[in-house]
Design a protein around this ligand. Structure first.
Ligand SMILES: Nc1ncnc2c1ncn2[C@@H]1O[C@H](COP(=O)(O)OP(=O)(O)O)[C@@H](O)[C@H]1O
Ligand SMILES: N[C@@H](CCC(=O)OP(=O)(O)O)C(=O)O
Length: 369
């Protein structure tokens, strides 16, 4: 059966750690594998990092730049070079590809989000493999994916993929970073995010020398993808043929089982497409009402309000310790909420001097995270 498959490859797999030069045999095998999957009728998207790493190698820089302007300039050098290598390899295999560079803002506005969806649909319909990366050269700090693990999960969610493969320089997820904890235990299957929380995995915050997010971003990417019904696998990038083996049922890498009932497309956009601009801290009654009873959020349950936002902006809903429970679109501005937090709905019109919505966030606009 035809599947939609998103494959993300990180800098640590695309380049040689010693020199930063391209790992050509890995890239060639990846191109071969993806072309083969296309030949079998699957729809394939490649999310490729490497613009900064390849740009550094091209310019003789020995470490990933920290200054934003330099990083953006280096990415511009590397992205072109990376695409040239991909195009040469895929052309040899008679497989057309396309470059798709996205920024966070392309997914924030609903119309642009749908536009991105339409572009992917057309490309996949044409039998093209889109090669996606963040548009590092123009992305601004506040509106960044920041790492391609997240980007690939958002793309997988956008196109409602069946599979997301996160290819990296370790063969799977471990109970702790195997670089620093040699007896860390391998994890083969994660059946829910609740189970993952119980495993208490240690990830550190660092990736490899050239990678960005390490395992943390892969786990949060898996969270986004499985909520969209996408089976997610973390596996070794050096052996791209493993993707075919996994699709045939071999249990390589770490598998994250998709949520049985995926969150609706609109709610996924609210939860992960939008960038929240504020936080509402809730009391325990409100937390129980939204998380267990599926109710809307009322002003009475809000203890405090953080940030400046407008109506219909996305905000995070947190417990009093700041742990996020849900996200949603607010019916009131931050100024209004400062005045009505903790109040009964019937008091709102007297406090504000005009009638507003009964709910602060209607349950149709509220997503548990
Ligand atoms: N619990 C863990 N299990 C496996 N790897 C981990 C874990 N915690 C941290 N890591 C580190 O994450 C690294 C991969 O992340 P990163 O360098 O960002 O890769 P990529 O460039 O593929 O995105 C591994 O090399 C490993 O050292
Ligand atoms: N967009 C950046 C990659 C960011 C990123 O997530 O890198 P990695 O951790 O290697 O997957 C680039 O092309 O260099």
């Amino acid at each position: 059966m035809t599947k939609t498959i998103v494959v993300k490859i990180g800098t640590s797999s695309l380049t040689k750690p010693e020199t930063g030069q391209l790992a050509l045999s890995t890239i060639a095998t990846l191109a071969e594998t993806l072309s083969c999957l296309r030949g079998q009728g699957h729809r394939v998207i490649l999310v490729s990092s490497g613009a900064v790493g390849v740009g550094c190698a091209r310019l003789g820089l020995t470490e990933r730049p920290k200054a934003i302007a330099l990083k953006q300039a280096v990415a511009a050098v590397g992205q072109g070079r990376l695409m040239r290598v991909y195009d040469d390899l895929f052309t040899t295999l008679q497989q057309p590809i396309a470059q798709v560079l996205l920024t966070r803002s392309d997914l924030v506005q609903r119309s642009r989000y749908l536009n991105a969806y339409n572009t992917f649909r057309e490309l996949l319909g044409l039998g093209v493999i889109p090669v996606v990366n963040e548009n590092d050269t123009v992305a601004v700090d506040e509106l960044k994916f920041g790492d391609n693990d997240t980007l690939s999960a958002l793309v997988a969610s956008l196109v409602e993929a069946d599979w997301l493969f996160l290819l990296t320089d370790v063969d799977r997820l471990y109970s702790a970073d195997p670089r620093s904890v040699p007896d860390a235990q391998p994890i083969a299957l994660v059946s829910s995010m609740k189970e993952l929380a119980q495993l208490q995995i240690q990830t550190g915050t660092q990736g490899s020398q050239w990678g960005t997010g390490g395992m943390v971003t892969k786990i949060s990417a898996a969270r986004i993808a499985i909520a969209a019904g996408v089976r997610t696998v973390i596996t070794q990038g050096r052996f791209p043929h493993n993707i075919e083996k996994i699709l045939q049922g071999e249990l390589l890498g770490t598998h994250f089982q998709p949520q049985p009932e995926p969150t609706s497309a609109r709610k996924r956009w609210i939860a992960y497409g939008l960038v929240p601009t504020g936080k509402l801290y809730l009391d325990s009654g409100a937390i129980a009402a939204i998380s267990q009873a599926g109710k809307s959020l009322l002003a009475a349950g809000i203890k405090s309000v953080e940030g400046i936002f407008d109506t219909q902006d996305a905000v995070q809903l947190c417990d009093t310790n700041g742990n996020e429970i849900a996200r949603g679109l607010v019916n009131y501005t931050s100024d209004e909420l400062q005045k009505i937090r903790g109040c009964q709905s019937r008091e709102i019109s007297t406090i504000l001097g005009y009638a507003g919505a009964d709910t602060v966030i209607h349950r149709d606009n509220l997503v548990l995270t």
